[in-house]
Design a protein around this ligand. Structure first.
Ligand code: AMP
Length: 215
C-alpha cells in the first residue's frame, strides 16, 4: 500500500501516519524528521536545510527529491510506504510519479487531512516534542511532565525551533501557496480522500482506516 499524507502543518500527518505504519507494517517516511535528524548531526544536508526550516520555507525540490529517491530504494519500502511531508510542491509530486512509474508502482491513496487554520496555529505553538523518540505533547491538551522528560523514553521534551508563532504563520502561508495545489493534482488522478483532522487521535485514525478499507 502506498499512501501520501497531505495536509497543512499541524493537521496530524505525522501522528496519523505513524499509526497507519504500525497497522499496515510499512514505514512512515517523514521528510521533516529526516531533515531534523540531519540538522542534529550537522551533516552537509542538515547545514543546508537548517536556514530554510528555521525561516518556515521549503528546502529546495532537488534536495528533497534526492532524499526520497534514496529512501524509497531501501528494503523496508518493498511492501509499501507512507509519505508524511512529501511531496510538498507540484514539481516534487511530478518527480515522485516519475520515480514510481519506473518501478511500476502507483500511489494508491492521498489522505488530505483538514483542520481550520486558527486551530492549527494553536496546535503548533502549543506543541512540544520528545527530542529522542519524537512523541508529541501539547501544553493545553496533553501537557508534558513537569520535569520535561518523555513519558515513553525519558528523553528531553522540547519545542521545535519552527513551532514559534512567526514561523508557524509563514509555514501555513507556504502550505497554501505551494502545497495546497497538490489537492487538485491528486484529485485529477482520483486519489484524493478528504478526512477531517478534528477530534482525538483515535477518532481521526478510525476515519482514515474506514476510508482505506472501504475503497
Ligand atoms: P515537517 O516536519 O513536515 O513540518 O517539516 C519541517 C520543515 O522541513 C518544513 O517546514 C520544511 O522547511 C522542511 N521540509 C520537510 N519536508 C519537505 C519537503 N517535502 N519539501 C521541502 N521542504 C520540506
Amino acid at each position: 500500500m502506498q499512501i501520501i499524507m497531505l495536509g497543512a502543518p499541524g493537521t496530524g500527518k505525522g501522528t496519523q501516519g505513524n499509526l497507519l505504519s504500525k497497522h499496515f507494517g510499512i514505514p512512515n517516511i517523514s521528510t521533516g524528521e529526516i531533515l531534523r535528524s540531519a540538522v542534529k548531526q550537522e551533516s552537509p544536508l542538515g547545514v543546508k536545510a537548517k536556514s530554510f526550516m528555521d525561516a518556515g520555507e521549503l528546502v529546495p525540490d532537488d534536495v528533497m527529491i534526492g532524499i526520497i529517491r534514496d529512501r524509497l530504494r531501501e528494503a523496508d519500502c518493498e511492501n509499501g510506504f507512507i509519505l508524511d511531508g512529501f511531496p510538498r510542491t507540484v514539481p516534487q509530486a511530478e518527480a515522485l510519479d516519475h520515480l514510481l512509474s519506473a518501478e511500476e508502482i502507483d500511489i494508491e491513496h492521498v489522505i488530505a487531512l483538514e483542520v481550520a487554520e486558527d486551530a492549527l496555529v494553536m496546535r503548533l505553538t502549543s506543541r512540544r516534542v520528545c527530542s529522542v523518540c519524537g512523541k508529541d505533547y501539547n501544553v493545553v491538551s496533553d501537557p508534558p511532565p513537569a520535569d520535561m522528560k518523555c513519558r515513553i523514553c525519558g528523553g528531553e521534551i522540547i519545542q521545535r525551533s519552527d513551532d514559534n508563532e512567526a514561523t508557524v504563520t509563514k509555514r501555513l502561508d507556504v502550505y497554501e501557496e505551494k502545497t495546497a495545489p497538490l489537492k487538485e493534482y491528486y484529485e485529477k488522478q482520483s486519489k484524493l480522500r478528504h478526512v477531517s483532522g478534528v477530534g482525538n487521535v483515535e477518532e481521526v485514525q478510525d476515519r482514515i482506516r474506514e476510508i482505506l478499507h472501504t475503497l
